[in-house]
Ligand binder design. Structure first.
Ligand SMILES: *Cc1c(COP(=O)(O)O)cnc(C)c1O
Length: 421
């Protein structure tokens, strides 16, 4: 396998190619193939970007058909038939059946673009600068979004320029069992000398992806919503990783029956791994002036096309949602078994997650790395998350076959025994 030019020319900033130092060539659903013809089961799936698998044939066909004629590929933010068709699918398949009424903004194509737009919108709508965010939150790496991202590694990358405008509060469970961390938020809001600038909005992941698969309780989310309502604070759910069905509902907040004021989506939104993001906002919050949040790639026609196909194909009924719940249970059971294997070796370990967003906390990044390195040798792509990379996480395609899912879980269990014995 030729890796010299890759190693020589690509910046040291590269990440995943360090964990998986092979040259990948092909992929289909949950299986990747490298240049030597070796196959791997994919439990990373583009960090949650490939919920419908690699090269999903139904979604890809829509792209091929679109490309076959001279349809618009780039059109700034022109009205195009592709955009109209996507909005139609979003409204008919997702929003209306859930009783949701949102206007849609297409910022640049990345998740962090959507977060930047969402927090600026919240600030301008409320005339306040502060955004409350939570410990271990990850919301992207541009300056504005970074002010709401906890991880020091990313925060230090600004070269010392302070990120401003975010106040960190303890996420659900941060202070251990028995403490409702929202007591602190509520107390600060009522305390004139508590030191918290009354925020324009609160940004939250219902399950923290990069932060270690930390799951917010449904009651906690509901209480967060009511605190926001009581204090005229906007609730922003960053559903970039947990959305698009990952937790077993299209929007992760549906489980808690909350209705955010603003929602961000990206990662799996295009359905095929194409760059695409959106901000959903309650209509009365749409206080943008024309062109005030700008960008060359605001809505990518190819992504509109594949996203519409994904919504129509997978969300017109609840078959996929039910399948995610079922497969999530399979992963949860096997993760409990694997955590048990680790505990027998005298290392504390536990399983957690919602739907097909699951992890095993093994307490340290070193142990997690040993397991994931061994798994890679055995043909499984799986990554870690959490402040120290201490959580081995499963983000397999939602469309993975039971056979591949079980094969991946078998590899993980074997690799865990091999790595730690
Ligand atoms: C990945 C992610 C982002 C950032 O998206 P990018 O496309 O990497 O900019 C923001 N929020 C959450 C929850 C994410 O998982």
């Amino acid at each position: 396998m030729q890796t010299q030019i890759l190693e020589r020319m690509e910046s040291e900033v590269r990440t995943y190619s360090r964990s998986f130092p092979v040259v990948f060539t092909k992929a289909r659903n949950a299986r990747l193939t490298d240049e030597d013809g070796r196959q791997y089961i994919d439990f990373l799936a583009g960090a949650g970007t490939l919920n419908y698998g690699h090269n999903n044939p139904k979604i890809k066909q829509a792209l091929l058909d679109y490309l076959a004629e001279d349809n618009i590929i780039h059109g700034l933010d022109f009205w195009t038939a592709a955009k109209r068709d996507y909005l139609d699918a979003l409204d008919e398949v997702i929003l209306k059946p859930r009783g949701l009424d949102y206007k849609v903004q297409f910022p640049g194509p990345t998740g962090t673009n959507a977060v930047e737009a969402a927090i600026r919108l919240a600030r301008n709508a409320k005339g306040r600068h502060n955004i409350v965010t939570f410990t271990n939150g990850f919301h992207g790496v541009t300056m504005g979004a970074l002010a709401t991202t906890g991880n020091r590694k990313f925060r230090e990358a600004t070269g010392g320029v302070p990120t401003v405008g975010g106040s960190f509060l303890p996420f659900d469970g941060y202070l251990g069992d028995g403490a409702d961390t929202l007591d602190y938020f509520e107390k600060l809001l009522g305390d004139k000398s508590g030191g918290l600038d009354i925020p324009a909005g609160v940004i939250v992941e219902t399950v923290q992806g990069e932060g270690g698969i930390n799951v917010a309780g449904l009651d906690w989310l509901k209480r967060l919503e009511s605190i926001c309502r009581a204090h005229d604070i906007l609730l922003i759910v960053d559903d970039i990783q947990a959305g698009c069905g990952r937790t077993g509902k299209f929007f992760s907040f549906e489980h808690a029956d909350v209705v955010p004021d603003i929602v961000t989506n990206s990662k799996s939104l295009s359905g095929l791994g194409l760059p695409f993001s959106q901000v959903l906002m309650r209509p009365e919050l749409d206080i943008w002036k024309p062109g005030q949040y700008n960008g060359t790639f605001r809505g990518f026609a190819l992504a509109f096309t594949t996203a519409a196909a994904a919504l129509r194909h997978y969300w017109s009924d609840d078959a996929l949602a039910q399948d995610v719940a079922r497969k999530g249970e399979i992963v949860a059971k096997r993760f409990q078994t694997i955590a048990g294997v680790i505990k027998e070796l005298g290392i504390e370990a536990s399983e957690r997650g919602r739907g097909l967003m699951r992890g095993i906390d093994v307490g340290s990044g070193d142990i997690a790395d040993k397991i994931t390195h061994k798994a890679f040798e055995n043909g499984l792509i799986i990554e870690t998350s959490g402040q120290d990379g201490e959580v081995v996480k499963c983000l397999c395609p939602l469309t993975i076959t039971d056979e591949e899912l079980n094969e991946g879980l078998d590899i993980l269990e074997t690799s865990t025994r091999q790595a730690l014995s």
